[in-house]
Design a protein around this ligand. Structure first.
Ligand code: NAD
Length: 337
């Protein structure tokens, strides 16, 4: 029996694109069992919380999940279900590969991986207002937290990833010129880790603002980028933009024990239920999951079929075509060969 994966169809377009992906992965020979679970609005509508215990227990059991986008309900006391999952399973590495899959865009042949620290930095959410005289919100403070432990494990993950995938260079992106303590620690620790990989993986460091510009001017100089939480959030969207937008961007959230794979985009309420969404990002997330689960052949087959489909006329509307989710998915299945 194959490896069991927690499957969270999610909200909005989630169920449509997840169902299409499951059909394609199975046709590609993926040896996986699906343990379907609820989260987000789909769970709330069934009278459960946004992240039911049963769903958390399923991920604890399977340590592997494929997740559709979740709509975080407003005013539920939750910052975000995605943040809650990251915290609960200590998913410290957010891996966002961006590779050109279509032609005719701004750039061809982009192949960059952004590895973002997922648990520290400014996004720890330690912030408060400071009241003065009559104004309770006269000032606001946020705390950026960088630990040696957190910086070291993300730097090591990036170098290991580069070594394992035959990548040549890791660029550490930071703002150590201004934030000398937090960003300085991140940079120093990355340099120490880089020394262990000398002769195998090259290392350079760049300041984040320069990186943002260089990515637009000459993206080909980048290979693997590793950076802290907020810079990674911003740069990974920029890099997705270089290859045609979020519709083609998968993300992996990796922890020591567990991993959750997903599309980077949200639940697209404007498209939900119409059968028009592009399933490519979730299909790509499925390919990453197969590699992680030790089934790279099925992942490679799926990737080739997806690439061939994206180069054909049968594309979804966001990519300038007129195909439905189902028509596009059927074409990917046909191209599995
Ligand atoms: P969104 O990504 O859902 O949509 C932005 C735009 O991109 C929309 O025009 C949408 O139609 C389009 N789009 C997104 N995915 C598409 C696809 N697969 N095919 C074709 N077009 C697609 O972002 P949003 O509107 O800001 O967020 C909607 C909801 O999703 C919010 O509740 C938000 O919290 C949630 N969200 C969830 C995740 C996640 O679960 N990982 C990520 C981002 C946003």
């Amino acid at each position: 029996m194959g490896r069991t994966v927690t499957l969270i169809p999610g909200d909005g377009i989630g169920p449509e694109i997840i169902d299409a992906t499951v059909r394609i992965l199975e046709a590609a020979g993926a040896d996986l069992e699906w343990d379907r679970q609820l989260a987000g609005m789909a769970a709330i509508e069934k009278g459960l919380g946004p992240l039911p215990d049963e769903t958390v227990r399923s991920i604890e059991r399977n340590r592997l999940a494929l997740k559709g986008p979740l709509t975080t309900p407003v005013g539920e006391g939750f910052r975000s279900i995605n943040v809650a999952l990251r915290k609960r399973f200590d998913l410290y590495a957010n891996v966002r590969p961006a590779r050109s899959l279509t032609t005719g865009g701004r750039y061809e042949d982009i192949d960059i991986v952004v590895i973002r620290e997922n648990t520290e930095g400014l996004y720890v959410g330690v912030e408060h207002y400071i009241g003065m005289e009559q104004d309770p919100r006269a000032a606001a403070e946020s705390v950026m937290i960088v630990t040696r432990y957190g910086a070291e494990r993300i730097a090591r993950y990036a170098f290991e990833y580069a070594a394992r995938h035959g990548r040549k260079k890791v660029t550490v992106v930071h703002k150590a010129n201004i934030l000398k303590y937090t960003q300085g620690l991140f940079l120093d620790v990355s340099r120490d880790v880089a020394r262990e990989y000398e002769g195998r993986v090259a290392f350079e460091d760049r300041i984040v603002d320069n990186t943002a510009m260089q990515l637009v001017l000459d993206p080909y100089q980048f290979d693997v980028i590793v950076t802290e939480n907020m810079f990674g959030d911003i740069l990974s969207d920029e890099v997705a933009g270089l290859i045609g937008g979020l519709g083609l961007a998968p993300g992996a959230n990796i922890g020591v024990d567990s991993a959750i794979f997903e599309a980077v985009h949200g639940s697209a309420p404007d498209l939900a239920g119409q059968g028009l969404a592009n399933p490519s990002a979730v299909i790509l997330a499925g390919c990453l999951l197969l590699e992680h689960a030790g089934q790279p052949e099925a992942g490679e087959r799926t990737l080739k079929a997806l690439e061939a489909s994206l180069r054909s006329e049968v594309r979804t509307r966001d990519l300038g075509g007129s195909a439905s989710t189902e028509e596009f998915a059927n074409q990917v299945t046909r191209k599995l060969g």
